[in-house]
Design a protein around this ligand. Structure first.
Ligand SMILES: [Mg+2]
Length: 228
C-alpha cells in the first residue's frame, strides 16, 4: 500500500474515555437519588445541561463538571449543600488523575502503522486536557502532528487537509464517532475507518452517511494492520 495519511481520534478510539465519565455519572446519580429524584429524570436533566454547556464551554472535563454542578443546583434548589458540591468535585477529579487505559492492541498497532504511514492525532476538547492525556498515554512519539480542535465538523477536516497538504484519496479519518469522525471526514472528501466502541457517548451517535471517499468498518483497532 502507498504511504497514507491517517488522522486518528483519541477518546474511545485509542483509550477508554466514556466508561470513566459513566462511572462519575453513576456516583453523581447516587447523590441525587438521596434528594428523591429517580435516575432517569436526573439523567435527562444532566444530558440537557451537558448539551447546553457544550455549546458554551466546548468539550471536556471542565464543561462536564459545570454540567454536574448545575444539575445538582437545579434539582436541589434551596436544599443545595456545599459539601455535596465538593463531593461532585472529588468524583470529577478522578477523571484526570490516572493515565488513560489503552484499548486492546493500540500500542502495537500504532507502532506498526507509524513505520508505514503518516499519523496525525485528531481529537477535540480542551488543549491542555487532551495534551496531558496523550502525554500520560506514552503514545505521543508515534504521531507526526497533534491536532486538538474545539469541534470536528467538515470545515475542520477541510482545514486539516489544507494545513497538512493531505491528498484526499490518500487521507483517512479513523475513529469511533459517526458524528465527529466519520460523517464530517467523508463530507470533506476524505476516506474513513469506523471502529465502533460499545460505550460511545450518546452525543456522538449518528447514522453513518456515505461520501465520495471509502468507508471501512472494523471490529477493533488492531484490525487496521490488515488494511494499512
Ligand atoms: Mg472518540
Amino acid at each position: 500500500m502507498s504511504r497514507e495519511t491517517l488522522l486518528i481520534d483519541a477518546d474511545d478510539t485509542l483509550w477508554e474515555n466514556q466508561v470513566h465519565f459513566e462511572r462519575v455519572i453513576e456516583g453523581f446519580l447516587v447523590i441525587i437519588e438521596r434528594l428523591g429524584f429517580p435516575h432517569p429524570y436526573a439523567r435527562r436533566i444532566l444530558n440537557e445541561t451537558e448539551r447546553r454547556n457544550i455549546r458554551q464551554f466546548g468539550f471536556g472535563v471542565r464543561s462536564f463538571h459545570t454540567a454536574l454542578e448545575e444539575t445538582y443546583m437545579k434539582l436541589a434548589g434551596n436544599l443545595a449543600r456545599r459539601e455535596v458540591v465538593k463531593q461532585i468535585g472529588d468524583l470529577v477529579a478522578e477523571l484526570t488523575a490516572s493515565p488513560p487505559t489503552l484499548l486492546d492492541g493500540v500500542a502495537d498497532t500504532l507502532a506498526y502503522l507509524a513505520e508505514r504511514h503518516r499519523l496525525i492525532l485528531c481529537t477535540k476538547g480542551e488543549p491542555a486536557e487532551q495534551a496531558g492525556k496523550l502525554e500520560r498515554s506514552g503514545l505521543q512519539a508515534h504521531f507526526q502532528a497533534i491536532e486538538i480542535v474545539a469541534d470536528k465538523d467538515s470545515r475542520t477536516f477541510r482545514g486539516l487537509v489544507k494545513t497538512h497538504r493531505i491528498v484526499k484519496s490518500h487521507g483517512w479519518m479513523i475513529g469511533n464517532s459517526p458524528r465527529s469522525d466519520i460523517n464530517p471526514a467523508l463530507a470533506a472528501g476524505l476516506n474513513a475507518v469506523f471502529i465502533p466502541h460499545a460505550k460511545t457517548w450518546h452525543f456522538e451517535q449518528d447514522e453513518l452517511s456515505s461520501g465520495p471517499g471509502k468507508l471501512l468498518v472494523l471490529p477493533a483497532f488492531r484490525s487496521l494492520r490488515e488494511y494499512f
